[in-house]
Design a protein around this ligand. Structure first.
Ligand SMILES: C[S@@+](CC[C@H](N)C(=O)[O-])C[C@H]1O[C@@H](n2cnc3c(N)ncnc32)[C@H](O)[C@@H]1O
Length: 213
């Protein structure tokens, strides 16, 4: 299982933006949609082993929203950014004024959230990585076993409060390279590293037993 948490700081939590202005009035919903698309889509398939939580914190609770996408159940996700943004916007609009989580389309759950608590809960799980330009260079051979989990931010860096939560949780700060990447590029690189780790561990499992002399 692969689990990601994306901090989305500027997208209007009520879905009040037009699909014609995702980068401006949409608060960089273009990049959020790209993270979803890159995180889940393969050439001719979807990554069923992936879950992504997006925390929309441009307004405090009770307006703040969380969208969870579960690859196993996910449908109606096309590779283009605009239709993905429409799926997410529709979820935010449908969730407006509700006090509980709903499944707005198959595999896409939306509801209210307390952003700091959600981040703290996610980061508390052992092995979670915090993707940040200032982290230690990630050596793929040190990737943790078990579920693969990472926190990343949208084009706005984490707030001081978010940084404090991440530091307090003891999450490992890792860098994917010397250049500052787009969030969608980070998820692509990480999925690839995780793919190769999975390949390595299954090769080890499938290797025939050594013959005794
Ligand atoms: C576009 S960057 C954030 C803005 C960027 N810090 C700037 O100065 O414009 C989006 C997010 O991707 C992740 N990120 C970008 N480059 C990275 C790198 N080289 N290693 C690890 N994470 C990275 C971080 O989570 C970052 O907050």
């Amino acid at each position: 299982m692969r689990q990601f948490l994306l901090l989305a700081h500027r997208v209007p939590v009520d879905g009040g933006f037009t699909l014609n202005d995702l980068a401006g009035g949409g608060g960089r919903m273009d990049e959020v949609a790209r993270v979803v698309s890159t995180g889940f889509t393969l050439s001719n398939d979807l990554r069923r082993d992936t879950e992504l939580t997006i925390v929309f914190s441009s307004a405090p609770p009770p307006a703040a929203r969380r969208i969870r996408l579960e690859g196993e159940r996910l449908r109606y996700l096309n590779p283009d950014e605009r239709s993905t943004a429409a799926l997410l916007k529709n979820a935010l609009v449908r969730s407006l004024g509700t006090d509980h989580e709903i499944e707005s389309s198959p595999g896409l759950f939306v509801g209210p959230v307390d952003p700091p608590a959600e981040l703290a809960r996610f980061a508390a799980v052992q092995g979670t990585l915090w993707l940040t330009e200032g982290g230690e260079p990630l050596d793929p051979s040190t990737l943790p076993g078990g579920p693969m989990r990472a926190v990343l931010s949208d084009p706005t860096d984490p707030t001081p409060q978010e940084e404090e939560i991440l530091r307090a949780s003891g999450t490992r700060r890792v860098s994917l390279g010397p250049r500052s990447l787009r969030s969608s590029q980070c998820i692509d690189v990480l999925q690839n590293l995780f793919d190769r780790r999975t390949e390595r561990t299954s090769a080890v499992r499938e290797a025939p037993p050594a013959r005794s002399p």
